[in-house]
Design a protein around this ligand. Structure first.
Ligand code: PHE
Length: 337
C-alpha cells in the first residue's frame, strides 16, 4: 500500500506542474484528493492491513496528501500570477497609457445633427423614411402627376419600374401623414439621390433635412417665423431672411428662402455673386391635394413644409468651396473639424 501511495505521488509530481490552466489544476485536485479520488481509493484497503502496519501507512498517506496539496497550491499560484501579469519583457506597467486617436463626427453628420437639434428645441420630433422609394411616395402622392415636367427636374435613378432612389426627403411627409393623425411637427433628415453630373456644387448623393408642421390655423407667417428663428440660431442673429415666390407641386404657395450672405454680411461678394443674398431652402404651405392623398381634411388642417440641403449649409458654415471634399474621406480635410 505504501508503494502504491508513493507511486501515486510520483505520478502527481509529474502531472501537476505541467497543468496548463486553473481548470486542469482543479481537475487534478479532484482526481487525487477528492472524496472518491485515488488516495482514498488506495486507503480503502486499510482494514485488511495488519494493525501494527496501519500507523506507518497513515503517516505515509498524510505525507503524500500534503505533498500533493502543496503541488496543487503552488501551481495554482503560479497560474494566477501569470494570468494577471503576463507582460512582455521591458514592459513598464507604471508608465501612463497611450491615448488612442479619438474619432469624431463627419462634418455633414454634425451639421445635420445641429439642424435637427435646433428644430427639436422648437418642439419638432424626428422622422425617417427609406432611401429606396416608390413612385407613389416620391412623386404621385406629392401631387406630381404622371408625365408632369416637374419630374424631369429631379433626375431620378430608377431601380425598376415605379421603384426608385428617393430624389428628396419629402416622401417622409406622406409616410408620416398617412399613418398618424394631425397635428404634426416633424423634421426628417436623410440621404437623397439624383442622376446629376458631379462638380463643385453637385453630387449624385447628398443630404436633406425635411420639416413640416400641420395644425389648425397654421399660415405663412408661422412658416416665416420658424424658419427665420432657425436661421438666426444656425448662423447668428444678424443674418436676415427673405422669401421669394417659387414652385413645388406639393406646396401652394411655394417659396424659396434666401439668407443675407454670411460671408460679406450682405454687402456683396464672390460667394453671393455680389447680390448680398444666398438661396437656402425651398418651402411653402402644404397643398390641399397632398392632405387629401393622406386622408387628412384640408378644410380642418393647414400646414407648411420646408426642405434644405445639408451640404449647402455645411459649405456656408465652414466656408468650403467644393462639395466633393465631403465624400473623399481625406483625413487632412476631416481633421479640421
Ligand atoms: N423637396 C424639395 C426639393 O428637394 C424641397 C421642399 C421641401 C420644398 C418641402 C418645399 C417643401 O427641392
Amino acid at each position: 500500500m505504501i508503494e502504491r501511495l508513493e507511486a501515486l505521488l510520483k505520478e502527481a509530481e509529474q502531472s501537476i506542474p505541467s497543468a496548463a490552466d486553473l481548470k486542469t489544476v482543479e481537475e487534478s485536485r479532484v482526481k487525487y484528493l477528492g472524496k472518491s479520488g485515488l488516495v482514498t481509493e488506495i486507503l480503502k484497503g486499510l482494514s485488511q492491513v495488519p494493525a501494527e502496519m496501519r500507523p506507518q501507512i497513515g503517516k505515509v498517506s498524510n505525507e503524500v496528501k500534503n505533498r500533493i496539496a502543496q503541488l496543487l497550491e503552488k501551481k495554482k499560484e503560479e497560474l494566477e500570477s501569470k494570468g494577471a501579469l503576463d507582460l512582455p519583457a521591458g514592459w513598464d506597467p507604471t508608465l501612463p497609457g497611450r491615448t488612442l486617436p479619438a474619432g469624431k463626427m463627419h462634418p455633414l453628420t454634425s451639421v445635420q445633427k445641429e439642424i435637427c437639434d435646433i428644430f427639436r428645441s422648437f418642439g419638432f420630433d424626428l422622422a425617417e423614411g427609406p432611401d429606396v422609394e416608390t413612385d407613389y411616395y416620391n412623386f404621385l402622392a406629392l401631387n406630381f402627376p404622371p408625365d408632369h415636367p416637374a419630374r424631369d427636374a429631379q433626375d431620378t435613378f430608377y431601380l425598376q419600374n415605379e421603384i426608385l432612389m428617393r430624389t428628396h426627403t419629402s416622401p417622409i411627409q406622406i409616410r408620416v401623414m398617412e399613418k398618424q393623425k394631425p397635428p404634426f411637427k416633424f423634421v426628417a433628415p436623410g440621404r437623397v439621390y439624383r442622376n446629376e453630373a458631379i462638380d463643385a456644387t453637385h453630387h449624385h448623393i447628398f443630404h436633406q433635412v425635411e420639416g413640416f408642421l400641420v395644425d389648425r390655423g397654421v399660415h405663412f407667417g408661422h412658416l416665416k417665423g420658424i424658419l427665420d428663428s432657425f436661421i438666426k440660431k444656425l448662423f447668428g442673429s444678424k443674418v436676415q431672411t427673405r422669401f421669394r415666390p417659387s414652385f413645388f407641386p406639393f406646396t401652394e404657395p411655394s417659396a424659396e428662402m434666401d439668407i443675407s450672405c454670411v460671408f460679406c454680411e450682405g454687402k456683396g461678394c464672390r460667394i453671393c455673386k455680389h447680390s448680398g443674398w444666398v438661396e437656402m431652402m425651398g418651402c411653402g404651405m402644404i397643398d390641399p391635394a397632398v392632405f387629401t392623398n393622406c386622408g387628412i381634411d384640408p378644410e380642418k388642417w393647414t400646414g407648411f413644409a420646408f426642405g434644405m440641403g445639408v451640404e449647402r449649409i455645411a459649405l456656408f458654415k465652414y466656408d468650403i468651396d467644393d462639395i466633393r471634399l465631403f465624400y473623399q474621406n481625406d483625413l487632412r480635410f476631416l481633421k479640421q473639424f
